[in-house]
Every structure is written in structure tokens, then in C-alpha cells.
Ligand binder design. Structure first.
Ligand code: THU
Length: 521
């Protein structure tokens, strides 16, 4: 496969912008969840630039408005990890699949953990329950001041939070305790974050101070960020990316206060020369609107992003690749304030990117593979790169022909054939062979594709890819039969290209080569 040589990749995560329930959503309590549909129903959504890139052409998102002349590539991705939080979502798109969700402790932490924590700190523990952060200091603050015991609490999220008064436990001491807790909480106790929650004031009037500090869990294995950094590429974090990866695999970080600053920082980075990945998280969608069940606010925020995007697209250079995606859902109109188990949308845009619909894919990790491929860095991972298809039309047609083989109706021969026919205007029609017990009415895959296209009004064709094999096992190549060649002769010029798919690639021929002296009236 040809080298891609992209110089800069912008990967922008619209936090919680789900594209509809995953097949296993019910197991997560999220049957029917659909973040984008809820935004669309709010009546506030105005996203012409995302539509231009093809968001409405993603399977199941037609309600956003399909676009016949999409300028970007689009698809949606399923999540293979067993979870629906930001950390696991970002890890998977960076190449690491999590078979277990990050642990939560609805009944508090087990005694052995508390004992170990007390041994390290020399202090007792108060509370040890899920609790609101302001309520916990009101209820336990005084006892904490009297005894010096630490207030340990959690929430519905995977967190171990330690609250202490700044006059009782000096900040540097609290931070040391948090670091020790971070080291202690591993494996089945490996919470997403340990959080220092210092507070100030007098009993009856305690308030949280500005010195909160988060200690995230490191990804359990090597991410594409690590691979990029090792290969000497820039890996720039904007927003909470740094926290999600515990700072690992990054060369530059830009913490932000929210979407507006995140977009401004990203636009200014686009003016700079760098060689690598700019990984952006825009958190307001999730934090301010998704969790608060505010569909209108969410739709307004997405419309604001879309407006910014219009300008940002103009900043992109020849060797840039833009990827826009999400990390999970958070349907603002469902019955809970929690995240939702959904597909994520993926839009790809760049001068070298073909405007294709890549359908539905099974893992967020395809993003990691694509980023690694775009920046020419070796990174084996569970995802497959979309780059070949996104930048090479023949590779894409090959994939479509192989896909079409799955639909083959061939009970008599057991020989499956798939074809993908590219029309002059850019549309692709696929076809499979359809057999008949009387044998002769059998229609070949190529003719199925031509029949579909011609009956939709198409008359001008650029190329066709053909794949075939017994029981679906692809054979070396599957050249078209004489009848199909003659059908091609009817509609195509002699330079019409015929791509013969082989198990590890394809070879190209012209119609003139495959059908010299074809019949015509
Ligand atoms: N077949 C095609 O679909 N295309 C060709 O060009 C050659 C043959 C199918 C027809 C039949 O279902 C099976 O392959 C075996 O002949």
C-alpha cells in the first residue's frame, strides 16, 4: 500500500455525541438511547458544516439531512470495550480495548483497602460512601477537624475522593496521600481517578477550595499516543485528554476551561507547524448539557462548534487530516443523567480524503490504526486503518466488492461473487450473484450492479471491482464472464477499468484488454 505522508492529524472528540444505541445497549440500561436524535428533536440544531462533511449520510442519521455531495468521509463505530465512560472510550480510540469497566463502589470501598490506606497515611477514614461533594464536608467536616481522620467518598463514577481541611492536612500532605492512593488502587480496585478535595472555612460554613487535583489511572497498555511519541512525533493534548491518559504519550498539553477555549487553542495550533497529532476533547457537550438533560443547550453548543468548524476547515493544509468523533453517548432526553451506550460518529476530512461512506465498523480502535497509518508510525492494534480506503479509490472499491460477496445468493454453485461499480458522478452500486434452480436465469454480480445503476438513471461508468470465491474464500482473481464483458461493452468506453480483487490486493485491466473485438451494432 502506498505511503500516506500526512503531516498533521487533528482528532477532535465531541464529548458524548453518540450516534444511536449499540446492539448491546439494553445491557447498559440504554435501550433506545440516541444523543444526536435528541439534539435534532430539540429544534435548535443548525450544523451545515458537519452536514457538508457527511454526518447525515452516516447509517441511521438521515434525520440530520442527507447530502448527495458530501465533502468528507463518514462512518459510525461500535465500542468493543465493556463500558461507556470517557476514559475507556478515549483509550479504545487510541488502540486499547478494556474488557472490564473501570470499577465503581456503590457500597463504599472494601475494608482491606481502607486498612491499607490508613496504614500508609497514619489516619483513620470517615464516610466511605457515594456522596455529594458539598454535602460530605457539611456532614463530616467537623469530625474530620476533631479527629484528623480523612473523608473518603465516591460517586456513581469510578472515583476515590479524599476531602480534608487545608488547616488540618496541609495541601502537600493531602497530595502525597493521593499519590499513595493512586499507587495502591490497581487491578480490580483501579478506579479512573483519585481526587484531592481540599476545603476551607469553619463548621457550618465549609467550602471547597480551588486546589482540587486529579490523579488518573494510566492506560493498561501501549496506546497510539505512546507509539507516536516514541517515533518522535508531536502529540499535543487540548482539554482533558491529558487527564484521560494520565499524561502519558504526550509532548505538549493545553488544559482548557471548556469548549470555547478548546476551539480557540485548536485554531491557534492549526497556524503552527507541527508533525504529529493534535488530540482535542470538547467537554461542555457532556458536562454542561448531556448530564444535565439539556437537549436545547446541547444543540446550541453543537451549532456553535459547527460555526467554528466552518472557519477551521479553511485553515487546514494539504497534508492535514481532520477526524471528528465522540467517546460515548449521553442522551439528554433519556430517563437518566448518565452516559449512554452508543455508536460514535466518525467524520474524516482533508484534501487527500475521498468523500466516501465507510458504513458501520466494529471498534473505536479503527481511529488509532488510521492515525498511526496517516503519520507513518508502526502501531499494531485491534483496529483496522481506514486510510487505504480513504485515500485510494481502488482500495475502497475492493473493500466494497468483498463486502458485497456476503450477500451472494449461490446455493447451487457455492461460488460467491461481489462487485462494486463506480459511476461518473461518484456513486457506487454494489451487486452479488443471484442464482436460480433453473440455472440459466442466474444473474452475475457485475450485471446485478449494472442493473441497479442503470435503473437509477446512471449511464456513465468509471470502474468496477470484482471479488469471488468458493464458499466465500476469495480466489486468486475472479475475471468477469463473457456475458458480463459484453454488458460492460454496452455501457462503457474501452478504457473502462476492471479491478480484479485477489486475497492480498488487486490487479487492474481495461475493458479493451479483456474484451477485444466486442460486439456492437
Ligand atoms: N459469476 C458471477 O457472478 N460473475 C462472473 O463474471 C462469473 C460467474 C457467478 C454466477 C454463478 O452464480 C457463479 O458465479 C458460478 O458460475
Amino acid at each position: 500500500m502506498q505511503k500516506s505522508h500526512f503531516k498533521r492529524v487533528f482528532l477532535i472528540v465531541l464529548d458524548s455525541l453518540g450516534a444511536g444505541e449499540l446492539p448491546d445497549a439494553a445491557a447498559f440500561g440504554d435501550k433506545g438511547a440516541h444523543t444526536l436524535r435528541s439534539l435534532s428533536r430539540s429544534g435548535r440544531l443548525y450544523i451545515p458544516n458537519l452536514r457538508r462533511l457527511g454526518i447525515g449520510n452516516i447509517e441511521g442519521l438521515g434525520f440530520l439531512g442527507t447530502d448527495d455531495r458530501q465533502e468528507g468521509a463518514c462512518c459510525k463505530l461500535g465500542e468493543r470495550s465493556n463500558g461507556k465512560d470517557s476514559t475507556i472510550g478515549h483509550w479504545e480510540m487510541s488502540g486499547v480495548i478494556s474488557p472490564c469497566p473501570l470499577p465503581t463502589f456503590p457500597d463504599g470501598f472494601p475494608q482491606e483497602i481502607l486498612d491499607e490506606f490508613s496504614r500508609i497515611t497514619g489516619r483513620g477514614v470517615l464516610c466511605n460512601k457515594p456522596y455529594s461533594g458539598t454535602q460530605v464536608i457539611a456532614d463530616y467536616g467537623e469530625e474530620h477537624m476533631r479527629t484528623g481522620d480523612l473523608i473518603v467518598y465516591t460517586s456513581a463514577d469510578s472515583v476515590f475522593q479524599i476531602a480534608a481541611h487545608e488547616d488540618v492536612v496541609p495541601l502537600d500532605e493531602l497530595y502525597r496521600y493521593c499519590e499513595a492512593a493512586r499507587k495502591m488502587l490497581r487491578g480490580q480496585y483501579g478506579v479512573g481517578r483519585v481526587i484531592a478535595r481540599p476545603f476551607i472555612g469553619q463548621p457550618g460554613g465549609f467550602t471547597r477550595s480551588a486546589h482540587r487535583h486529579d490523579y488518573s489511572v494510566e492506560p493498561p497498555s501501549r496506546t497510539v499516543l505512546d507509539a507516536l511519541k516514541e517515533a518522535g512525533r508531536d502529540v499535543i493534548s487540548v482539554g482533558k485528554i491529558k487527564d484521560l491518559f494520565a499524561g502519558r504519550g504526550l509532548t505538549e498539553t493545553h488544559p482548557t476551561s471548556g469548549n470555547a477555549e478548546g476551539m480557540a487553542v485548536t485554531a491557534s495550533l492549526a497556524e503552527k507547524d507541527f508533525n504529529g497529532l493534535c488530540f482535542v476533547n470538547l467537554v461542555d457537550f457532556d458536562m454542561l448539557y448531556g448530564h444535565r438533560q439539556d437537549a436545547e443547550g446541547y444543540a446550541n453548543a453543537l451549532s456553535a462548534f459547527d460555526e467554528w468548524l466552518g472557519g477551521f476547515l479553511g485553515q487546514l493544509r494539504e497534508e492535514d487530516l481532520l477526524l471528528i468523533t465522540a467517546d460515548h453517548g449521553c442522551d439528554p432526553s433519556d430517563s437518566s443523567t448518565d452516559h449512554t451506550r452508543e455508536y460514535i460518529p466518525l467524520l474524516a476530512y482533508g484534501r487527500r480524503i475521498l468523500p466516501l461512506n465507510l458504513g458501520v465498523r466494529s471498534t473505536f480502535a479503527d481511529i488509532a490504526a488510521t492515525v498511526a497509518g496517516a503519520l507513518d508510525v508502526e502501531y499494531p492494534c485491534p483496529g483496522s486503518s481506514l486510510l487505504g480506503e480513504l485515500t485510494d479509490l481502488r482500495t475502497h472499491l475492493r473493500a466494497r466488492a468483498v463486502d458485497a460477496m456476503h450477500c451472494s445468493y449461490s446455493p447451487y454453485s457455492g461460488f460467491r461473487v461481489g462487485a462494486a461499480l463506480l459511476c461518473e458522478g461518484g456513486r457506487i452500486y454494489t451487486g452479488c450473484n443471484i442464482e436460480n434452480s433453473a440455472y440459466s436465469p442466474t444473474i452475475c454480480a457485475e450485471r446485478t450492479a449494472f442493473a441497479k445503476a442503470v435503473s437509477e438513471g446512471e449511464r456513465n461508468f468509471r470502474m468496477i471491482a470484482i471479488a469471488g470465491g468458493k464458499e466465500g474464500v476469495m480466489q486468486a482473481i475472479c475475471p468477469p464472464c463473457g456475458v458480463c464483458r459484453q454488458v460492460m461493452r454496452e455501457f462503457c468506453e474501452s478504457d473502462f477499468e476492471i479491478i480484479l480483487v485477489s486475497p492480498d490486493g488487486y490487479e487492474c485491466h481495461t475493458l479493451a484488454e479483456l474484451l477485444p473485438l466486442g460486439f456492437s451494432l
